[in-house]
Design a protein. Sequence first.
Length: 203
Amino acid sequence: MINKRFVLFTLCLTSLLWGCSGGDMSLTEYVDRVNAINDRAMGQYEVLIAGPRGGVLVAEGSQLADFTPQDLQVALERMAEVQAEALESAATIEPPEQIAEYHSLFFVRLPIEALAARAGTTAGWEELSDSAEMAAYRAALVADQQVCFDFQAALDATAERGIFADTPWIPGELKEIVEVALGCAAYPEHPEDLYRPPPAATD
């Protein structure tokens, strides 16, 4: 992950410092397209959360007692549709040359379908929490979240060192791409504990 993040940042820094060459889409147009995809996906997500039993997607700890794994199955199946639509839209974008090599990092397919299928056959939250499908889902979220954090940290450190002194617009542009495309703020605080029920009470 460290090497992957370093490659991502190096590509971004090098290409932006030397300017954009080739391609029909500017960075601003790219961010606008990504914004549109994420705005639509977030709107669909918010509708789902507000709907019947949709709160299971954000339930934590003891809150899981208000739902069943089958509630999660239904919600995740809808989330899989949202993800598929977003990825399909993203596939139609031809990104600017300077970010083309890591455009795919902005749109990662999470193993939602597999977790939904497992939730539909499990007897309870403990069983689902201990399943291989849940482990894979949590691991994917943790890895994705780390990409965001590492990129933001590298960007902030570079700006502090004055590398962008003669191009003050670059940090803002990059931060917008990070915040919108990578969506760091959208991750749960502790993805490794997602859908983990509280320990059973002991006498």
